[in-house]
Ligand binder design. Structure first.
Ligand SMILES: NC(=O)c1ccc[n+]([C@@H]2O[C@H](COP(=O)([O-])OP(=O)(O)OC[C@H]3O[C@@H](n4cnc5c(N)ncnc54)[C@H](OP(=O)(O)O)[C@@H]3O)[C@@H](O)[C@H]2O)c1
Length: 167
């Protein structure tokens, strides 16, 4: 199973503040939707709560240490990553998308095969970060620049990184 981290980060690695995003970039939402639709998406309990309700057409896997935490039918909770990965492996998933937040990216980056990042061209003040990684370990396989316009306050680039020694 390929582990794919999908995230939007500012130039200083900020990804969120007060359990919310710091930008509204419709083209980024659109890409996120098209990439993750029909797939299983794994997230931390805080990111799940920040969504308000499950995103349509995706199976949500929520990591929490709270064994009483409930999610709607058709979605699942796990008390650690091992349980979640065992569940996915039993289903023979080809890909699992890790959608955040900071705690979850940090713990899964060492296992990730691919990063699909939206690199937002701004330095912003926040409280949650994407973990540092060494660009030497990754090769860029896709890059697309989007300038600012009336719907996009910040310019940004979609950049896909694949781990150099990934199978
Ligand atoms: N820009 C982006 O691409 C992006 C994407 C997603 C989220 N975000 C932002 O990121 C922020 C949320 O991130 P966050 O780091 O605060 O929280 P998070 O990673 O979404 O969730 C953290 C929670 O996950 C659970 N957890 C973490 N590690 C665990 C483990 N090893 N075993 C069991 N449970 C574990 C814990 O839940 P319990 O406390 O219930 O045990 C923990 O409190 C928000 O601001 C959100 O908007 C940004």
């Amino acid at each position: 199973m390929k582990l794919i981290l999908i995230a939007a980060r500012a130039k200083n690695n900020v990804i969120g503040k007060e359990n919310d995003l710091l930008w509204r970039l419709p083209a980024d939402f659109k890409r996120f939707k098209s990439i993750t639709s029909g797939h299983f998406i794994l997230m931390g309990r805080k990111t799940f709560l920040s969504l308000g309700k499950p995103l349509p057409n995706r199976t949500h896997l929520v990591i929490t240490r709270d064994s009483t935490f409930e999610v709607p039918e058709g979605h699942y909770t796990f008390q650690n990553f091992e349980e979640a990965f065992t569940f996915c492996n039993k289903l023979n998933l080809e890909e699992l998308f890790i959608i955040g937040g900071g705690e979850i990216y940090k713990q899964t980056l060492p296992m990730a095969d691919k990063l699909m990042l939206t690199e937002v061209e701004a330095e912003l003040d926040g409280d949650t970060y994407f973990p540092e990684f060494d660009p030497k370990d990754w090769k860029i396989t896709f890059e697309e620049y989007h300038p600012t316009d009336e719907k996009h306050r910040y310019a940004f680039r979609f950049v896909d990184y694949e781990r150099k020694n990934s199978k």
